[in-house]
Every structure is written in structure tokens, then in C-alpha cells.
Design a protein around this ligand. Structure first.
Ligand code: ZN
Length: 170
């Protein structure tokens, strides 16, 4: 078990467009385990590779564990999102890279995600509820997008101070 340092707002790695994983090696399997350990330690419900300084298209998520106490991490490699629902959902989202600055973000209420698992098989699932929100938040990290980019100008202005206290921003 390894808990990795989490990169914070202002770290350039968080603003890169991450590269595909392609080949699933032992290093990737170890990284997935370490990312899950880091997510649970934080504690959080999702963590993307750029948040631990690795610019690869993978993330881990577990939307239930805080409620059930049962840890069951979903490892998502090279995800593709499609068919966003027209209906939007607003949720207060937090980010482990922007601690203490939750913001209200509006996203499609449901989305289909196709991804590769650690054993290389391709799976697809229609995600709804908090799972849909979490997957879209983590997917954003792979594109270098963070929650302050997803809010209106007024909200953004209101959080500039707390953001600047974490890092220089981008
Ligand atoms: Zn985040």
C-alpha cells in the first residue's frame, strides 16, 4: 500500500491533456492500487492519475464506500464518455486537488462511459446519479479541466481568494 502525494491547484500536471494508457503493465496495476489507497486515505470518492502527477488517462472511483463502509474501487482506463442526458443536475462538488473549496457544478444527469479494466477487457455502462457526476468530474481531470472552469463568472470571482491561497492557478 502506498499513499501518494496529491497535486494541488496550481500544479502544471493538472492542466495537461493526459496521454492514453494503451498497454496495461505491472506499473499501471501498481499505480491503480496506489491511486485507490490514496483516494481512501484522503478520503475521497474519486481520484485521477494527473492528481498524483501522472499524465495518463486513468482514474479510480468509489461512490458508495463512505456510506456502506465497503471499499470497492472501480479502476477506469482510457475512458470515453458519450450520450450525455439533456437533463442537467447541479451538485456541490469537491476536489482533492482543491481542498476546502466546494462549488456547485451543473452537468448532464446521466452519461454512458466505455472504458478498459485492469485485465484489458472493454466495458460500457450507463451512469446515473452521483456516479455520473463523479465520472464526469474525473474525466475532466484527464482533459486538464477542473471545477473552477465549470462555474459562472460570479462564482469564479467569489472563489478566487481561496484558490489563490492554495496555488497560483492557471
Ligand atoms: Zn477533482
Amino acid at each position: 500500500m502506498s499513499v501518494l502525494p496529491i497535486r494541488l491547484w496550481g500544479d502544471p500536471c493538472l492542466r495537461e491533456v493526459a496521454r492514453p494508457v494503451d498497454t496495461i503493465t505491472d506499473e499501471i496495476r501498481t499505480l491503480a492500487q496506489d491511486m485507490a489507497d490514496t483516494m481512501y486515505d484522503a478520503p475521497g470518492r474519486g481520484l485521477a492519475a494527473p492528481q498524483v502527477g501522472v499524465s495518463l488517462r486513468m482514474f479510480v472511483m468509489d461512490c458508495q464506500w463512505k456510506d456502506t463502509g465497503e471499499k470497492n474501487p472501480l479502476v477506469v482506463i482510457d475512458p470515453v464518455l458519450s450520450d450525455p442526458e439533456d437533463e442537467m443536475a447541479s451538485n456541490e462538488e469537491g476536489c482533492l486537488s482543491i481542498p476546502g473549496v466546494p462549488v456547485l457544478v451543473e452537468r448532464p444527469a446521466a452519461v454512458t462511459m466505455r472504458w478498459r479494466t485492469l485485465d484489458g477487457s472493454v466495458v460500457a455502462r450507463r451512469l446515473t446519479g452521483f456516479e455520473a457526476i463523479c465520472a464526469q468530474h474525473e474525466f475532466d481531470h484527464l482533459e486538464g479541466v477542473m471545477i473552477p472552469d465549470r462555474v459562472d463568472a460570479q462564482t469564479r470571482a467569489a472563489i478566487e481568494g481561496p484558490l489563490a491561497a492554495i496555488g497560483p492557478g492557471a
